[in-house]
Design a protein around this ligand. Structure first.
Ligand SMILES: CC(C)c1onc(-c2c(Cl)cccc2Cl)c1COc1ccc2c(ccn2Cc2cccc(C(=O)O)c2)c1
Length: 232
């Protein structure tokens, strides 16, 4: 049957996509990627600064998700803590696949590969970036997929999972229709997109080990990262 995005779904998609595009890492932070020191120490410090900035951007973005601020306050925190790493993997994947100067992709890749992350995590990370690139998502799909990730009901410590599920289902319905309309020649596209969310969970588990190995080598994180990632 004919798939049609309703007026209110159109409005919802515009609010989320505009917010997603509005909240970006400040250019002065992103520009630091281009400064010339390339030691593992320097790379780690730069990436830590970017991650901290990215978390701040993420918090601002979630405030624009219709219904998010009406959720229980503690559940809002639980959703942010539970989805931050996955949202940042999605964001960094989009930056890598943007291949524009603003993403400084080569420099970014260089710094990530030389920041004390062991090879066993680097490989799946860059495989993920490649698999995201192959999807050729439009910006609305990127924004909605990130929103679906944030509105995952079964994060640790979420009390009212039903309320989160209702919000997530609203977004999933728009995303499903958008995929059918944007990729008519690929009926499985929506399923492929959701498959990336499974890959994100695996990367999130790798990330916990990445943090542990950085800490073993006495690397310091910022207070915001310690809070959102429950470290130190
Ligand atoms: C603490 C730090 C060493 C760290 O721990 N895990 C990861 C970590 C890693 Cl190493 C990979 C993926 C996710 C995380 Cl949390 C990181 C580095 O985190 C980031 C955070 C944001 C990143 C990156 C890479 C890109 N971005 C986004 C970006 C860059 C430039 C411009 C823009 C923009 O919006 O315009 C966005 C890394």
């Amino acid at each position: 049957e004919k798939v049609e995005i309703t007026k209110e779904q159109q409005a919802l998609m515009k609010i989320i996509t505009d917010a997603y595009n509005r909240h970006q890492i400040p250019q002065d932070v992103a520009k630091k990627l281009l400064q010339d020191q390339y030691s593992a120490e320097e790379n780690f410090l730069l990436l830590t600064e970017m991650a901290t900035s990215q978390v701040q951007v993420l918090v601002e973005f979630t405030k624009n998700i219709p219904g998010f601020l009406s959720l229980d306050r503690e559940d809002q925190i639980a959703l942010l803590k539970g989805s931050a790493v996955e949202a940042m993997f999605l964001r960094s994947a989009q930056v890598f696949n943007r291949k524009t100067p603003s993403g400084h992709t080569e420099v970014l890749e260089e710094r990530i590969r030389k920041s004390g992350i062991s090879e066993e995590f680097i490989t799946p990370m860059f495989n993920f970036y490649k698999s995201i690139g192959e999807l050729h998502m439009v910006q609305e799909e990127q924004a909605l997929l990130t929103t679906v990730t944030i509105l995952t009901p079964d994060r640790p410590y979420v009390k009212d999972q039903q309320a989160v599920e209702r919000l997530q289902e609203t977004i999933l319905d728009v995303l499903r229709k958008l995929c059918v309309l944007q990729h008519p020649q690929e009926p499985q596209y929506f399923a492929r997109l959701l498959g990336r969310l499974t890959e994100l969970r695996t990367l999130s588990h790798y990330h916990t080990e990445m943090l542990a190995s950085w800490r073993m080598n006495d690397h310091k994180f910022t207070p915001l990262l310690c809070e959102i990632w429950d470290v130190q």
